[in-house]
Design a protein around this ligand. Structure first.
Ligand code: FES
Length: 79
């Protein structure tokens, strides 16, 4: 079954997506994007940045809510 997106398959992306790994913090994606949740809901994120939790403590997964700031430094994670 093909996943649905609001993107037109013919749209060309002119620039590469930039994802920043924040030291002891989230993954920060620059630019507008859409996030498809497990229930199929698509969340539009107009940018300029969206942060994704990589510590597991966010109450708003998959997005970062700043909860990582209360945790000790990440182990076994790049930077
Ligand atoms: S990385 Fe920010 S809450 Fe998990």
């Amino acid at each position: 079954m093909e996943e649905q997106s609001s993107l037109d398959a013919s749209e060309k992306v002119e620039t590469p997506t930039i994802i920043e790994v924040v030291t002891n913090g989230p993954l920060r994606v620059l630019g507008p994007l859409e996030v498809k949740l497990p229930d199929g809901t698509i969340v539009a994120k107009p940018g300029p940045r969206t942060t994704f939790c990589r510590c597991g403590a966010s109450a708003n997964k998959p997005f970062c809510d700043g909860a990582h700031k209360t945790l000790p430094p990440f182990e076994n994670a790049p930077t």
